[in-house]
Design a protein around this ligand. Structure first.
Ligand SMILES: CC(C)(COP(=O)(O)OP(=O)(O)OC[C@H]1O[C@@H](n2cnc3c(N)ncnc32)[C@H](O)[C@@H]1OP(=O)(O)O)[C@@H](O)C(=O)NCCC(=O)NCCS
Length: 170
């Protein structure tokens, strides 16, 4: 192809539409099929449809989805348990990782719950899950112990992490 043709193709005509960045929003019942398919592809012990429906209905909690080009590419579920928020599940579809979406979901759920009525967050994560552990540490979660043989598929230990109210929060 000549240089002239390249220049023409790149410079003339309408610009291609700019790709919209992913957005995070509250999940709805219509999202459950896509959430379930991400869950089944990405998690060794997947949640059932019933479990997702129950979390979606939970009064004290939040389920959010990340949407990219009109498709659900990740989700997070967080529930009030005892005196704190418990992050139960956060998953980004394999082809969409390392684009900041997992971080957007965790930040999004903390913003959505807005410290009410609880201002502390906790979660369990496989001790081998470096990606998730780094993501949580970068958001103020700290290691607070281990639950031995917590995961039923391979008896792996869970690292328990807590995030206390942040000093710089408004
Ligand atoms: C953990 C998970 C949600 C991260 O989602 P993601 O969209 O890739 O995360 P982000 O792009 O927002 O990454 C945020 C930070 O997490 C860390 N991180 C994420 N993936 C990582 C990897 N593969 N290796 C090392 N660090 C990683 C990095 O610190 C990263 O920040 P950086 O990109 O500026 O270096 C995703 O890997 C996933 O769905 N895994 C399978 C399900 C799972 O394990 N969920 C957690 C259960 S507790």
């Amino acid at each position: 192809m000549s240089a002239r043709r390249v220049a023409t193709a790149g410079g003339a005509g309408p610009r291609p539409p700019k790709a919209r960045p992913p957005v995070v929003r509250r999940a709805t019942p219509d999202d459950i099929t896509e959430i379930l398919s991400i869950e089944t592809r990405n998690n060794p012990v997947p949640w059932s449809r019933q479990l997702f429906a129950k979390e979606l209905d939970r009064r004290e909690g939040a389920m959010l989805v990340a949407v990219d080009a009109d498709a659900v590419v990740g989700f997070i579920a967080c529930a009030g348990q005892g005196d704190s928020w418990h992050i139960l599940n956060v998953t980004v579809d394999a082809g969409h990782r390392r684009r900041g979406i997992g971080g957007m979901l965790v930040d999004g759920v903390i913003a959505a719950l807005d410290g009410r009525p609880y201002d502390r967050y906790t979660l369990e994560v496989r001790v081998s899950n470096d990606a998730a552990i780094r993501l949580y540490r970068a958001r103020g979660f700290v290691d607070c112990g281990v639950r031995p043989r917590y995961y039923s598929d391979n008896q792996e230990d869970a690292l328990i992490m807590w995030r206390e109210p942040q000093e710089d929060a408004g």
